[in-house]
Design a protein around this ligand. Structure first.
Ligand code: SF4
Length: 102
């Protein structure tokens, strides 16, 4: 049973690269080498770290991370503060993660 009720992804086409999201929720957002930000599932919350950077796992709309319940408020705040309005929050969909084997 997942401890998540939301999922999050970033539209990198709109990301301004300011890093505000990581300042607010460092367990969920991190910088990529090209200066854009991506989402991740941290090992602390999910046992294994997955970074949705287009390398380890898909980025953009196909790189959807589970939001641990302990991170909900921070992720919502990050989305509200994001100047690119590119942090996308969706209701948790178990089917996506079942396909992934999570
Ligand atoms: S807050 Fe938004 S625009 Fe800024 S780095 Fe994060 S995703 Fe990109």
């Amino acid at each position: 049973m997942a401890d998540a009720s939301l999922m999050v992804w970033i539209d990198q086409d709109l990301c301004t690269g300011d890093g505000i999201c990581e300042e607010i929720a460092p367990d969920v957002f991190q910088a990529r080498d090209d200066g854009l930000w991506v989402v991740k599932e941290s090992a602390e919350h999910w046992g294994t770290e997955i970074v949705f950077d287009g390398n380890q796992a898909a980025d953009g709309s196909r790189g959807v991370a589970r939001v641990h319940d302990s991170q909900l408020e921070a992720v919502v705040e990050a989305a509200e503060e994001c100047p690119g309005e590119c942090i996308m929050i969706e209701p948790f969909d178990q089917e996506i993660f079942t396909k992934r084997g999570a």
